[in-house]
Ligand binder design. Sequence first.
Ligand SMILES: Nc1ncnc2c1ncn2[C@@H]1O[C@H](COP(=O)(O)OP(=O)(O)OP(=O)(O)O)[C@@H](O)[C@H]1O
Ligand SMILES: C[C@H](N)[C@H](N)CCCCCC(=O)O
Ligand SMILES: [Mg+2]
Length: 234
Amino acid sequence: MQHFWVVGTDTDVGKTFVTTLLMRNLQKQGVRVTPYKPVQTGEVYDGEQAYYFDTAMYEKYSLQLLDRENLNGYSFKEAASPHFAAQLEGQQIDTQQLLKQMQLLQQTWDVVICEGAGGLFVPLDACGETTLLDVIVESKLPVVVVTRTALGTINHTLLTLEALTTREIEVLGLVFNGDMGSRMEQDNIQTILQYYTLPFMTIPKLEELSDISEYTITGTSLFERLIRRETSIN
Ligand SMILES: Nc1ncnc2c1ncn2[C@@H]1O[C@H](COP(=O)(O)OP(=O)(O)OP(=O)(O)O)[C@@H](O)[C@H]1O
Ligand SMILES: C[C@H](N)[C@H](N)CCCCCC(=O)O
Ligand SMILES: [Mg+2]
């Protein structure tokens, strides 16, 4: 079971950034990796073409040829919660279909990295029956949690970890993303780790998004754990 989710404490914490970084760095180790975004919302229009940030990032920075048709389950134009963005287009999200697509990908790739949408309790339907967390539980896959280093992260991270652990979802580790190098951020990280002793890595705020191409993750307890799982299975 080497496939995993990248989930976040909120939207915009850097799940896509981290998914892309982990994909590239695992690919560099010779592992065949595909990302997968079950539901993305918020079409971007750059004056020439319309695209979605998450899947565009995967394709732009992948070192391996990805299967565009199977990078994503649903894309909705409105930059909103999936339940509302789907409702605006008169659609419903079929979670069984998403799980089926994930399973098929798992049969053909060494590692499938599934990226959440927003935080764990984001609703996938308008009647409040299914959240992203329910799909994660059903998938039986472990998770990597992406969180901010900035003020507010202690509470958001501990709430997220409590929601995961009470549902017995395996947490592979934490990614503290966007570090600006302050003493408070360092303390935020240490404080969270006091509550949950987990493998982790800290990623600085990069000046340019394109710096992701040169960023190599080595020597972090989280990446070592991901690699160990990979090599012990193959
Ligand atoms: N470490 C970083 N350095 C520089 N820019 C970053 C970093 N992490 C994230 N960003 C930028 O911050 C923005 C939000 O990140 P990202 O899109 O990865 O968030 P997300 O958690 O995937 O959001 P969503 O819930 O929409 O999927 C993006 O423009 C991304 O490129
Ligand atoms: C549009 C955004 N970037 C994400 N794709 C969706 C975030 C949903 C958040 C819902 C919420 O928690 O209120
Ligand atoms: Mg994203």
